[in-house]
Design a protein around this ligand. Sequence first.
Ligand code: CA
Ligand code: CA
Length: 308
Amino acid sequence: MTHAMNKSIYLFTIALLLLELNLCQSGENLLPYLTQGNLFSTAVVPTVVIIRDSTDIYWTIFSSKFLGFHEFWLAYSHDTQNWSRPLYTGIPVLPNNNYQIKVSKHQIDFDWYGELEHPEQKIYYRSHIDTTNMGYTIYKRTLFEDTDADGLTDLAEDVLWTNRFKNDTDGDGKADGYDQNPLAAPANELSLHEKLHKAIIEYELEEFYSNQLVVVEQFENKPMEYERYEGIVLSFSSGGCDAFVSETGYGVPILSCTVKDTLTNRLKAGFQYFIAPENAWGYDVICRWSDAENDFLDFKIVNEWVSE
Ligand SMILES: [Ca+2]
Ligand SMILES: [Ca+2]
């Protein structure tokens, strides 16, 4: 419930995000250059909406499901060419709300700058999000807070269930901000069943055309790392998946795969994909395995749709 509570607290305390960006300036330029953490590539930062704040830093706002849910992210730039690592805001894009992001030109308030010798009418871009009377404010310092300096902000760690006080939650030598599987250390040696499980999940991750956070239900409760082109994978036990879903709500894809022996020297794997209880589906996968080569030959997906 913590997460849900946090979200509702945001609803009340997070008001007028971009107003905050504009107003809470005191002339200093202390924004860190974020070079740590490379899980969400700066290359994907859209720069459609650009706001310049009063310290001449440019901001862009965009939505992404990178941490599972459709939420707003920010990035900043000193030149509108090189953008910071995307910053998670925790502000949800609510499905039934119409957000209006308005960007307009305003003359700056010269009172902020004191007496200017040759006052020029400086034009600033300002923006606000109108969430039908529900505003959001997030403080800039909150966006950057990274208690354990692992490249993953505290806001993001809360969502990913990583430890905000420990820079390498799963102890595999990769800091959380660089670890695509932050909750699973690589296993030393995988059994054949585990290899098949991993192969099928990775095949599905490849098919999953998104960088959205994906949860994988562990095979026999063993944390496992999964390779993926882009995006974070969280490895949870069956109970952990239930807890994660009950806390965060449905919306994050959960992949699971069971592997069983058949009587014909084959392994049969059942794959399932859940994104909500009512649209769970799955199908069976048959793996042919050569005993002699001790390797997989291939696996074939038999599209057997399951309605649950
Ligand atoms: Ca951190
Ligand atoms: Ca790690």
